[in-house]
Design a protein around this ligand. Structure first.
Ligand code: ADP
Ligand code: MG
Length: 243
């Protein structure tokens, strides 16, 4: 199957700090790729480049074989196809749950309110948040906010969803409800790129795992390899901290 995303020779420098070095990997439909690695290894910067929130210093990001870093793509339209879920939710606090899930559809996809509401309700139901449609984000728990953020991203009907440590800001008792939603999406064939420190989750749901170390891909492969028989001593060393 043809790749959705191809990252080619991607590098990113902030001043003299080289954060991403010659990153190469690709994502095919229904792939669930986990990106693991120590804090500061460049995982968020990689996702932010893919979502066009950062400009790469060099290299290419191809979406269906078309380079998206040349400045010619409509960023809002691209982000509706390449959705992102953030650690800190990034919901609009002055809008209700329902409205959070409708705004992007109306603005970017030019849907009418009734159509946008229908899709919002469908995806809020899917994440178990349809009884909270009139609540404001500050009335919700962290796990509930993140489920709304996932519904909001899904309502745009993206081709791929990027997750940047979606459970890292949550109290431990709320991690499971968010991981359960993500696991269900993966099982339905959603294409996902997930930065996570939840190693058993990554091992369980991933089709492919990328281990990043100091801005480079130090090792990548199927979860059985990365978690069961890592080849790179750096991967081994990193994983021993999580077991
Ligand atoms: P990770 O998500 O793996 O923890 P990040 O991508 O957030 O790593 O950060 C990698 C490196 O890039 C860190 O050294 C961080 O300080 C640096 N960095 C990230 N964003 C910026 C920025 N906007 N300006 C300068 N340095 C940044
Ligand atoms: Mg990060």
């Amino acid at each position: 199957m043809a790749e959705i995303l191809q990252i080619q020779h991607l590098s990113k420098t902030f001043g003299t700090n080289v954060v991403l070095r010659d990153i190469d990997f690709s994502v095919k439909p229904k792939d669930v790729t986990s990106i693991i690695g120590a804090s500061g290894s460049g995982k968020s910067t990689l996702l932010r480049c893919i979502n066009l929130l950062e400009d790469p210093t060099s290299g290419k990001i191809l979406f269906h074989a078309k380079d998206v870093v040349d400045g010619t793509v409509d960023e809002a339209e691209y982000r509706s196809k390449v959705g992102m879920v953030f650690q800190s939710f990034n919901l609009f606090n002055n809008h209700t749950v329902l409205s959070n899930c409708m705004l992007g559809q109306m603005k970017v996809l030019k849907k009418k309110a009734d159509e946008a509401e229908k899709a919002a309700l469908f995806y809020l139901h899917k994440v178990g948040m349809d009884t909270f449609i009139n609540a404001k984000p500050q009335q919700l728990s962290g796990g509930q906010k993140q489920r709304v953020a996932i519904a909001r991203a899904l309502a745009m009907e993206p081709e791929i969803l990027l997750f940047d440590e979606p459970t890292s800001a949550l109290d431990p008792e709320m991690v499971g409800e968010v991981l359960d939603v993500m696991k269900a999406l993966a099982e339905e064939g959603m294409t996902m790129l997930v930065v996570t420190h939840e190693m058993s989750f990554a091992r369980d749901i991933s089709t492919h795992v990328v281990f990043m170390d100091e801005g480079k891909i130090a090792e990548e492969g199927p979860p059985e390899q990365i978690f069961g028989h890592p080849k790179n001593p750096r991967t081994k060393e990193f994983l021993t901290r999580f077991t």
